[in-house]
Structures are given as structure tokens and as C-alpha cells.
Design a binder for this molecule. Structure first.
Ligand code: AMP
Ligand code: GLY
Length: 452
């Protein structure tokens, strides 16, 4: 099969490496791709990931058998619909289903209608009404979210009334995120460990993948600004078997069925951003795609053929597959440009990588790199995701950090504490439902962390 992957970050690199492992794969193309994806042998093109006409034209020219659309924007814009109209086999939800990420108002109303646990909320289109509501509630922190896509920056956790009013005015009146913030959601602030669960679904069958934990803040100890994600570990030790079962019954299957009932069957990877609150797991957000950098730790743990899974989803035959996961753990440390997520330089030469953009001990997923005269240059905020697997989380983390130390460039920045919270969770009884003992027995017997 010839497969075209749309996108150009670490997530797409991880998807491509997995697709390349399949015996069914003859060739993988990527647009726009990046330096590491090109060095891995996937031919890259300069058609933008949001250029629907351009991607359809490219798919025709390359005569591909399948197109996998990875980022949110083209999915929300309807790229899959356009490709299917031309007869292509696709991976990714159609526009009518991608709205689950494209509109927070849609997803919150869906959860309310179908009793799927989430934070209490109200929707506003007028700043004055939103501010009156904030004053009446007088409860901080308050969570203020832009309705539409906002490059991962559309969520403000306001610590006091002043910050909340500023956020509301910026979103609705100053249109900080354009049309995305003319409607906003104000919701209850929840607490608890966060878990990311990606799932494969064809609308009939729901297959949650191995769980993971993102590290969103720029600096150690969860300080600094929110980023696209500075590192991930998988599995997430907070996600016990009991919690996985509860999520399946109260969140995953009900969401799949709710989308069917709305005539918006979701086919692809449905991402559940969960918070394990004292009142049980609740949905913080849905994404209509693989998470980034969650995918960089989830797909290396997949022990099944990803091309077969994509085909099965397209043909609504996911029930026929027995999807398998490896034991052990996986860790990914993101190496970023100094200054990210604000201002940073590009075009700086990276040292330590071989001709394929790799190092010996780890898998290096390229997020923002460019190949120029056989040299890898930085070309974005998040530059590399250095990823390693191990029998234990500790082992995976040690390997990943050993890898990080072999790579360098001017003003490189990475967090030194990826995975520490997950490791501590096992030590200090933070785990829900008193599952610590079971987990420790399990680890002793199997040398691996418990997972779904
Ligand atoms: P998002 O950009 O939607 O992934 O949200 C960014 C982060 O904001 C999430 O990962 C949470 O840490 C936090 N967040 C979002 N909604 C809530 C909420 N209702 N209560 C507490 N934290 C939240
Ligand atoms: N890492 C979070 C996301 O992909 O949205």
C-alpha cells in the first residue's frame, strides 16, 4: 500500500514509523513532514496540512491507497470528506464528527445531553453576561475556554476576578482567537491527576489504547506557561484497572453511542483528556485525533499492525481485530527551543544526531526540524521527542534522558522531571481506590506497571 500522512510533527513521525513496520506498506509519503520524517525515508512535499484542495491533488498524483489525516485543523475543516468524495480510503473522522474537538460548546452540550461526566459549565456570547455570571459564582480558580480551535492556547485558568474578566474581554470583545472565541465556555475548576486515553473506534467498537500522562507546563514542577506538551509517559500509573473499567462504561462507550445518536459517527482516533477527580473520572476535553506527544509513547507500545487497524476502522470491522500492547513502559522527553512557547529562534544546527536523525539508545521523533545540506536544523518550538521503552518506567526514563544528553544545540530547553510524578504516585499512596498494594504485587511479579 502507498500511504500519505498529512501533518508534520512528532506525532506524525511516530505514526509513520509504525506504518513503516507493516508488511502491507509499500511506501509512505508525508506532507508537509519535517527533516526527521524525510530522513526516515518518507518522501515529503510542501503542501500545507490545511490545504484541502492541495492534499487531494497530491493524493491523486501519487496514486496513494490511503490518506491518514493527523492534525485537528484539516479534520475540523473537512479534509477527510473531500478525500472520500474522490474515492480515497482515509483515516480520521469526517467534519461532522471532528466537531467534538472543533467546538467546546458542542462537546459540552453532548456530554450534558448524554450524562457523560464533565465539569459543570455555562456558555456565553456576550462579555457582560459572562462577567455577571463570574461575579455571581465568585468561585476561583475559574476555567474559561474559547469555543473553537486555538492552537492549544484557548484555555485560561483565572485565579481571581480580575484575571477572569480580562480573559473574557480578550476572547469575546478583542476576538483574541478570531471566530474561535466569539463563544466561550466558563466551567467549574476540577482537581485530580490527568490521564490521556487515546482510542480506536469505528462507531461500532471502542478500543482504548494504553494510557499516558502528558506534562503540559514549560518548566519543572509544572511551572511556566502551558505548552503543546513537554513529555509523556505510558502507561499512566493513576489509571488503574478499576478506573479503566469505569471510564469505558461511563465515558468511552457513551461518547461513541452519543455521536452515533447525533448522526455524527466518529471513525478514527478519539482522544479522551480525563481528570480523576474525587468524584470520579471526568472529561476535560475531547480531541478528534492522536495526541501530541502522547502518540510518541503510545504507538511504540502497540504490538499490532497499524495499517490493519486503519483499514479495519475504515471498513467498520474493528471488532475483528485483537489489538495487542507490549508490556513495560515508554517515556518521551521533548527537547524544545529556548523561549518556547513564546519567542524562540529557528535554524540552529543540532548536534549528536546520525544521518537518519537518530541516536543509538532511543527513537528520536522529530517535531520541528529541517534537513539542510545533510544537517538537521531547528525549525519550531518543540524540536525533538527522545523516546525510550523499558521494562519499568524508571528504566524507560533513564534511557530517554541518556539519549537527551547526547543531543545538543544553542539554547536547547527540556524538562528534567518528566515521569517523576508518575513514579511518586506509586510511592506515596496518591493512587485512587487504594490500589497501591495490588499494583506493587503486580510489578513484583511482572516487572511492569499495571495498565488497562
Ligand atoms: P486543554 O488546552 O483543553 O488541553 O486544557 C489545558 C489544561 O487546562 C488541561 O490539561 C487541564 O490541566 C486544564 N483544565 C482544563 N479544564 C479544566 C477544568 N475544568 N478544571 C481544571 N483544569 C482544567
Ligand atoms: N497533548 C495534548 C494534545 O495533543 O492535545
Amino acid at each position: 500500500m502507498k500511504i500519505l500522512v498529512v501533518g508534520g510533527g512528532g506525532r506524525e513521525h511516530a505514526i509513520i514509523m509504525k506504518l513503516m513496520q507493516s508488511e502491507k506498506t509499500e511506501k509512505v509519503y508525508c506532507t508537509p513532514g519535517n527533516g526527521g520524517i524525510a530522513a526516515a525515508g518518507a518522501e515529503c512535499f510542501d503542501v500545507s496540512a490545511t490545504d484541502i484542495e492541495g492534499v487531494v491533488k497530491l493524493a491523486k498524483e501519487l496514486k496513494v491507497d490511503m490518506v491518514a489525516v493527523a492534525p485537528d485543523d484539516p479534520l475540523v475543516l473537512g479534509m477527510v470528506d473531500a478525500l472520500q468524495a474522490e474515492g480515497f480510503m482515509t483515516f480520521g473522522p469526517k467534519k461532522c464528527a471532528a466537531i467534538i474537538e472543533g467546538s467546546k460548546v458542542f462537546s459540552k452540550n453532548l456530554m450534558k445531553k448524554y450524562n457523560i461526566p464533565t465539569a459543570f459549565y455555562e456558555v456565553f456570547t456576550e462579555a457582560d453576561k459572562a462577567i455577571a455570571y463570574l461575579k455571581e459564582q465568585n468561585s476561583y480558580p475559574a476555567v474559561i475556554k474559547a469555543d473553537g480551535l486555538a492552537l492549544g492556547k484557548g484555555v485560561i485558568i483565572a485565579q481571581n476576578e480580575e484575571e477572569a474578566i480580562q480573559a473574557v474581554r480578550e476572547m469575546i470583545e478583542d476576538k483574541k482567537f478570531g471566530e474561535s472565541s466569539t463563544r466561550i465556555v466558563i466551567e467549574e475548576f476540577l482537581t485530580g491527576p490527568e490521564v490521556s486515553v487515546l482510542s480506536f473506534t469505528d462507531g461500532k467498537t471502542m478500543v482504548p489504547m494504553i494510557s499516558s500522562m502528558d506534562h503540559k507546563r514549560a518548566y519543572d514542577n509544572d511551572e511556566g506557561l502551558n505548552t503543546g506538551g513537554m513529555g509523556t509517559v505510558s502507561p499512566n500509573p493513576y489509571y488503574t484497572e478499576e478506573i479503566a473499567k469505569e471510564c469505558m462504561e461511563k465515558i468511552f462507550i457513551p461518547t461513541m453511542e452519543a455521536m452515533n445518536a447525533e448522526g455524527r459517527t466518529f471513525e478514527g482516533c478519539l482522544y479522551f483528556g480525563l481528570m480523576l477527580t474525587p468524584k470520579g473520572p471526568k472529561v476535560i476535553e475531547y480531541n478528534c485525533r492522536f495526541g501530541d506527544p502522547e502518540t510518541q509513547v503510545v504507538l511504540p507500545m502497540l504490538d499490532s499492525d497499524l495499517v490493519e487497524i486503519f483499514e479495519a476502522i475504515y471498513n467498520h470491522e474493528l471488532d475483528k481485530l485483537d489489538i495487542k500492547w507490549k508490556s513495560g513502559s515508554c517515556a518521551c522527553v521533548v527537547m524544545a527551543s529556548g523561549g518556547y512557547p513564546e519567542k524562540y529562534d529557528k535554524g540552529i544546527e543540532i548536534s549528536g544526531l546520525d544521518a537518519k536523525g537518530q541516536i543509538e539508545c532511543c527513537e528520536v521523533y522529530h517535531a520541528g526540524t529541517k534537513l539542510s545540506d545533510s544537517k538537521f536544523l531547528t525549525n519550531g518550538g518543540r524540536v525533538l521527542g527522545v523516546t525510550a521503552t523499558g521494562l519499568t518506567l524508571n528504566g524507560a526514563l533513564e534511557k530517554a534522558y541518556d539519549g537527551v544528553k547526547k543531543i545538543d544545540w544553542d539554547k536547547v530547553h527540556y524538562r528534567k522531571d518528566i515521569g517523576q510524578r508518575a513514579l511518586k504516585a506509586l510511592d506515596n499512596d496518591e493512587l485512587h481506590l487504594g490500589y497501591k498494594d495490588d499494583m506493587e504485587d503486580y510489578i513484583e511479579e511482572n516487572g511492569v506497571y499495571l495498565r488497562q
